[in-house]
Write a protein that binds this ligand. Structure first.
Ligand SMILES: [Zn+2]
Length: 431
């Protein structure tokens, strides 16, 4: 008390505006209090917590001078008009759903930073020759209905109506959940935007990886959201007695899988094009201490910011594991279970992100996003760019996820500078 009243204590002076970073962190904390369970942050699509979070976000948008609405899929939408009404907009945003036992920064940082940047302009009465829209996507993580990017697909006009019949663990369909939330599933088509309404989509997000921390940088420019190929592999050999079958007569499926996994890791580690590969799941049958494994299934996840490079790598990897299987007399089955194209960030928008980073005095560093984001859907309706903000230890989808207030502030200053200096595509090209 005594310290706060001391005239030299500027930190405690309520007449001074807090930094954008402080305001953002305060809001991140307030939003993270809205959770299914008090000790673990879980905020799933179309739950009562999701609704309460939407209401809080909409109130912050209104405070920042925006006209707001909730669209038919549950996206929170705010619009800050330009110097005359009805102009095309620069769209900013991220998602406000979470995984189970989540961190509080994944999604909300980008959304809240965008709201705070608009709030800063509103306070100054600043209007630009374009509108700004901030959008909080209702579902990016896909936890409840095992279908991701629902919010951004609705905005991009690529929402697949057949997923309305998908059911959650309780047997509630998405159609029913939307109605219970107070939304009209029949109006999802109306959430779609047209390309002429949008100058571009820019998302700020925590990196969810350790690269910026290694570079000692608070922010970075994203080059592309890496495409991913997932494969399901199975090797079949012959189960047998662990004591009686001599080593040279065995067809051990698990030893074969181990050799495949080591080969995949070595292949990706020696790749110079930034390829990453992961075997994240393995299951051996029959799975007993004294039985030679006769059958093994495992998954392979390969990502790269270049589709051509990823496709060649996948073909090489499949050839290598075919060779291993043949040598070990194992039967190999490989199926592609998932294939996502790379989403390149638009060069003209990337340049403006880089200029904003340099303008704030930071070294411009470019990196791909290995994680998926709403931009993967938004590319169908707008050019896309992303700003990454450093997070501690690269930890994400975990309660230990953390971003320093000073880094949140750096991200906000970069985004605000980007908005204030933004030139739509035609103007940017001729400049
Ligand atoms: Zn996210």
């Amino acid at each position: 008390m005594a310290d706060a009243e001391h005239p030299c204590d500027l930190d405690g002076d309520p007449s001074l505006d807090p930094s954008l970073g402080q305001e953002i962190v305060r809001r991140i904390d307030a939003l993270s209090a809205i959770s299914e369970t008090p000790d673990h942050l879980t905020r799933i699509f179309l739950t009562p917590e999701h609704r309460a979070a939407a209401d809080l976000l909409l109130s912050w948008m209104r405070e920042a001078g925006m006209r707001t609405h909730l669209d038919a899929i549950g996206n929170v939408c705010g619009r800050y008009e330009g110097d005359r009404p009805g102009l095309p907009c620069l769209m900013l945003g991220s998602h406000y759903d979470t995984v189970r036992d989540a961190g509080k920064w994944d999604g909300p940082l980008g959304l809240i930073t965008a709201i705070s940047c608009v709030g800063a302009m509103h306070k100054r009465g600043q209007r630009l020759p374009f509108a700004i829209e901030v959008i909080g996507f209702a579902d990016e993580e896909g936890v409840r209905f095992a279908s991701t990017l629902l919010g951004s697909r609705a905005v991009a006009g690529t929402f697949d109506e057949s997923v309305l019949g998908a059911k959650d663990r309780q047997g509630i369909s998405m159609r029913e959940a939307l109605s219970q939330f107070g939304l009209d599933p029949g109006r999802i088509g109306a959430a779609a935007r047209s390309r002429s309404e949008l100058h571009g989509y820019v998302e700020l997000h925590i990196e969810q990886g350790p690269v910026l921390e290694c570079e000692s940088l608070p922010v970075g420019v994203v080059t592309a959201i890496s495409g991913a190929t997932r494969l399901a592999a199975s090797l079949t050999g012959m189960a047998g007695h662990a004591g009686t079958v001599p080593m040279l007569l065995r067809r051990d499926a698990l030893a074969g899988a181990a050799e495949c996994i080591a080969a995949i890791e070595a292949f990706c580690r020696t790749d110079e094009g930034g390829l990453v590969g992961t075997v994240g799941y393995i299951h051996a049958m029959p799975g007993a201490t004294n039985v030679i494994p006769g059958q093994v299934s495992f998954t392979i996840d390969i990502r790269s910011a270049s589709d051509a490079h990823r496709k060649l790598a996948v073909a090489d990897i499949v050839r290598q594991i075919e060779t291993i299987a043949r040598r070990r007399k194992l039967l190999l089955q490989v199926d592609v279970t998932h294939d996502n194209r790379t989403v390149p960030c638009a060069p003209w928008l990337r340049r403006q992100v880089a200029d904003a980073i340099a303008g704030e005095g930071y070294r411009v560093f470019e990196l791909p996003s290995g994680a998926g984001h709403d931009g993967m859907a938004m590319i169908d309706v707008a050019d896309v760019a992303m700003v990454f903000v450093r997070c501690r230890g690269g930890i994400s989808h975990h309660p230990d996820e953390h971003t320093d207030t000073s880094d949140a502030d750096a991200g906000a200053r970069v985004l605000l500078r980007l908005i204030e200096n933004f030139r739509p595509r035609g103007a940017a090209d001729s400049a």
